[in-house]
Design a protein around this ligand. Structure first.
Ligand SMILES: CC(C)(COP(=O)(O)OP(=O)(O)OC[C@H]1O[C@@H](n2cnc3c(N)ncnc32)[C@H](O)[C@@H]1OP(=O)(O)O)[C@@H](O)C(=O)NCCC(=O)NCCS
Length: 223
């Protein structure tokens, strides 16, 4: 892992001095496992994931392999996977970003990942493909950083770890004057993203009477 911003400035600490020691690190190719573990825990009850795997036991079993595979086969290579760690150095929160014009996974690497993806998706392959198609259909065309997933270990929520990750990557967006995009999977998270400058541009439902998703866009702040 490489450090990308060092210690979080004191004014960003939410509760105690210990939190000042949060750091944001750029994930390397060896970090798939630890990132997948955090994301699987965070997304265990996510509405989009529940649409892919309706049974919670199957979902919990499948998510680590699913995240590991997508990180290894696509996202890590883009250099936009960020990890927030606390004093103990454990990964607490993970943000998966695809850089501008890299959100669509090339067919070759999708094919290479297919055996693991099929293992993770099991009988839900078709449902997952339909959801993928719906997400792609609503994906905006102008260049942008794409926040694919952000998740914090449930026991360590509300301590500013996800906020530190958002601040870090959105600062890059502002420096390079690049917009950012995400799909919000829970209505209660909309206000979180609004705090960081995102605005809802569209609401749509997932196939098979699925849950509502919100497309959110952020124009870079002008210096
Ligand atoms: C959403 C999530 C990533 C937030 O992580 P976190 O580490 O608890 O967030 P933070 O403590 O850094 O909070 C960041 C800011 O958002 C606010 N916030 C956190 N969760 C929020 C929520 N659900 N709704 C509104 N605001 C929220 C915090 O108050 C904080 O604001 P502040 O900086 O003004 O104090 C975490 O709850 C999570 O992993 N959820 C499950 C997975 C998920 O839903 N991912 C997003 C899919 S759209």
């Amino acid at each position: 892992m490489r450090e990308i911003i060092g210690d979080i400035p004191p004014q960003k600490a939410h509760t105690s001095e210990e939190l000042m020691e949060r750091r944001v690190l750029g994930a390397g190719t060896n970090d798939a496992e630890r990132c997948a573990e955090v994301l699987a825990a965070a997304f265990a009850d996510d509405p989009l994931m529940a649409q892919i795997w309706p049974g919670s036991a199957e979902r919990k079993r499948s998510l680590p392999l699913y995240f590991r595979t997508s990180l290894r086969s696509h996202h890590l290579a883009g250099g936009g996977v960020d990890i927030a760690v606390g004093r103990d150095g454990d990964a607490t929160s993970v943000a998966v970003w695809d850089p501008p014009n890299h959100w669509r996974q090339p067919a070759v690497s999708t094919l290479r990942a297919a055996p693991h993806l099929l293992q993770a998706l099991g009988t839900r392959v078709l449902a997952a493909l339909k959801i993928r198609r719906a997400l792609d259909h609503h994906h905006p065309k102008p260049a942008h950083w794409y926040l694919v997933n952000i998740g914090t270990r449930p026991a360590l929520g509300g301590l500013g770890f996800a906020g530190a990750l958002l601040d870090t990557r959105l600062a890059v967006c502002d420096e390079t004057q690049m917009p950012a995009y995400l799909v919000c999977t829970r209505e209660e998270n909309i206000s979180l993203y609004e705090k960081y400058g995102f605005r809802v541009t569209e609401a749509f439902t997932l196939p098979a009477s699925g849950p509502t998703m919100w497309s959110m866009w952020r124009d870079p702040e002008t210096p």
